[in-house]
Design a protein around this ligand. Structure first.
Ligand SMILES: Nc1ncnc2c1ncn2[C@@H]1O[C@H](COP(=O)(O)OP(=O)(O)OP(=O)(O)O)[C@@H](O)[C@H]1O
Length: 259
């Protein structure tokens, strides 16, 4: 994929912060990554390897120390509705109902009230939460809150969802159903997904491509194509093989098996 043909093109990006001792901390060093339209890519790696930094560069929250980040052939100069971020948790406004939270992004874009309402309800329907539209975040379970966050992200019809460990804070059963829902929404909308996780099972279940990162300096250590079609059956020998491929790539670069 050429840089011009890629939806997201990260070219020789480094991001340096001042460390505690004053020495440079290479959150990312010379990272290049191209992601195509409609791809589902997981970024996996140990704490501190720069996964969130990379996501935030694509989101336009920060500018790289050096190198370039482009989206659809144009340099990223700041956040935009075509690139929305879904955070791990607590990203909903506590004083707004589920529907008002979903409407928020549309309000800032000047969509008229009646249309906003209809679009928000449709987005909540897509995540099976139409019935909870008038509830406040504290009246929703963790899984429901993340469904609202996904509806809020999708309602603006982004080209890419940038997801930062979005399901890390919920229990295992809820997590699996959120993963299945996300795959369905990805299929239905054609949106691209860049999904940060620490979890090998999650990457093996979701991704078409797993980008393995390492720390000190933050960099890409392996880029694995996962060719198995969705839905993937966790009980199958094929899934066990996928899981091992991802775990082995992580272990090869970090000297141990991940969870
Ligand atoms: N704003 C900042 N100022 C200073 N250092 C930062 C900043 N943001 C990130 N870092 C440092 O950059 C490195 C990469 O951080 P980042 O959060 O991107 O890693 P990560 O792989 O997402 O980690 P985790 O899995 O723990 O969330 C870390 O050493 C972190 O301390």
């Amino acid at each position: 994929m050429s840089a011009a043909g890629a939806l997201i093109a990260v070219e020789h990006v480094s991001q340096v912060y001042a460390g505690r001792d004053g020495a440079p901390n290479w959150a990312l060093r010379d990272v290049s990554l191209r992601i195509g339209r409609g791809e589902f890519v997981c970024l996996i790696g140990p704490s501190g390897c720069g996964k969130t930094t990379l996501l935030h560069l694509v989101a336009g929250f920060v500018k790289p120390t050096s190198g370039t980040v482009s989206f659809a052939g144009t340099p990223v100069a700041g956040p935009g509705p075509e690139r929305v971020v879904v955070f791990q948790e607590y990203a909903l406004f506590a004083w707004m109902t589920a529907r008002q939270n979903v409407e928020f992004g549309l309000r800032t874009r000047g969509v008229p009230r009646a249309e906003r309402r209809a679009l928000a309800l449709r987005a909540l329907e897509r995540v099976s939460l139409r019935h909870a539209a008038d509830r406040y975040p504290h009246e929703l379970s963790g899984g429901m809150r993340q469904r609202v966050a996904v509806a809020r992200a999708l309602v603006v019809e982004p080209e890419v969802l940038l997801m930062d460990e979005p399901f890390a804070a919920v229990d295992a059963m809820t997590r699996q159903s959120l993963q299945e829902d996300l795959l369905r929404l990805w299929r239905e909308t054609g949106v691209s997904v860049v999904f940060v996780t620490h979890n090998v099972d999650e990457a093996a279940f979701l991704a078409q491509r797993v980008v393995v990162m390492g720390a000190n300096p933050g960099s890409i250590r392996a880029d694995l194509a996962i060719e198995a079609p969705h839905p993937r059956d966790r009980g199958s020998p094929r899934f066990a093989a996928l899981y091992s491929d991802v775990a082995d790539a992580l272990a090869a670069h970090h000297g141990r098996k991940a969870a």
